[in-house]
Design a protein. Structure first.
Length: 205
């Protein structure tokens, strides 16, 4: 997992509440267990018409926002089913941070496990961010994870809270496997002590 300390880029505003995981990545994309390639299906029903052509009125199809790294959404982002593919699709598209007033718990956990930063801010601050995001590709947002701040194009700074453990994992690029490997010496020591104390136990073969 890639470490994340700072993130600067264009933000796309999606003025919708209750964006569920089926809207983020519909069921026809759930057959794969490979994380790459899902970006093309992100927000499928919103991005494409019935013939598979881009909808010009959808924000991520507009030239200024095609390379957005930050997505600003409405309340209750990521509700619905627990599909991890929703986080995979956002990440594969290039979205590394989602800012919203609130998130569903399961989506929130899945996103962090996949190296994404989710930021909760009050509704009035989210509205201000959305307004500034609509300035287009010249509107650059800067996120400093270490300082826990979002700086908007007009120079204002918003502070956000984050669980210290999640912050540590993102700053150091640690997923659950890496966290386990980081405890390798402690695990080896425990196994050695167990074998010495219980020599009559033999490992399964």
């Amino acid at each position: 997992m890639k470490a994340m300390k700072e993130l600067t880029g264009v933000a796309a505003a999606l003025r919708m509440i209750n964006i569920d995981t089926d809207m983020i990545i519909p069921k026809q994309y759930l057959k794969t267990i490979v994380r790459s390639g899902l970006g093309k299906g992100l927000f499928h029903a919103l991005r494409y018409d019935d013939n598979g052509n881009d909808r010009d009125d959808f924000v991520l199809n507009q030239e200024a926002y095609k390379n957005s790294k930050i997505l600003i959404g409405g309340d209750n982002f990521g509700c619905g089913s627990s599909r991890e593919h929703a986080a995979w699709a956002l990440d594969d598209f290039g979205i590394k941070c989602v800012i919203a007033p609130s998130f569903s718990d399961i989506f929130y956990n899945n996103a962090f496990k996949n190296g994404m930063l989710l930021i909760r801010l009050p509704e009035d601050q989210v509205e201000d961010l959305m307004r500034q995001a609509e300035y287009g590709s010249n509107a650059q947002f800067s996120i400093d994870l270490e300082a826990q701040t979002v700086t908007t194009p007009d120079g204002n700074t918003h502070s956000f809270d984050i669980d210290p453990h999640r912050k540590h994992c993102l700053l150091n690029g640690l997923d659950e496997i890496a966290l386990t490997l980081d405890k390798g010496e402690a695990i080896d020591g425990f196994e050695a002590r167990q074998q010495q104390a219980h020599a009559w136990l033999t490992p399964a073969t």
